[in-house]
Design a protein around this ligand. Sequence first.
Ligand code: DC
Length: 232
Amino acid sequence: MKQTDDHINVAIDGPAGAGKSTVAKLVAERLGYIYIDTGAMYRVVAYKALASGISPDDTAEAVRTAESIRIELRPGMQRQQVWADGKDVTDVIRSASVTSNVSAFAANPGVREILARKQQEMARKKGVVMDGRDIGTHVLPDAEVKVYLTATVEKRAERRFNELPDGTMSMEELREDIARRDDMDRNREHSPLVQAEDAIRIDSTYMTIEEVTESILDICSNVMNQGVEQNE
Ligand code: DC
């Protein structure tokens, strides 16, 4: 990992439900950095494609959707606001149908290439905290801080269960859904979910959000201090 100026890039990867977006947003706030939820970008493509009757198997049409769409990520009070072609899609991209189809769209190499390029452009000036599955390995291989955040499937299902309105999905359904998405994300051919060799692994199973946030901030300040010492 190398550092080029006083702002760094922070990559946080890991499986669904490990707490990446909550923690990444807090880390970004504390550093005064921009938070980028790359999962939301894959969700936008899945949402737009499904709304136009395009199935994940229709790979060429899915790529065309990714190419033509204008995605904007705007800071919000509670969570990041996601806009697609000038329309607020923050809530609709979290629907059950998008959630169950998004991994299949994310397995499309053409879609990945387009979104990875957009993400690299967003991080060009540094000062971003980006979360996803392939940020440290593929999108920002030179990120100064790389974290692989994980937790057991049971714990991740439990967290999702507590976030969802009552009766939406049972714990067992959530466990199965998470295990299925892990499997697709880890076993896809193009930039699968895998820990980068130089990433620091944090298992959040028995940690609070604050503890995880503090550990990542500690890693960031160590890296920033090293950069200052090297420049002296
Ligand atoms: O983090 P999430 O559940 O919102 O991600 C939605 C999907 O997008 C998930 O199936 C994995 C995929 N994804 C990806 O393949 N690469 C990323 N950088 C981010 C998300």
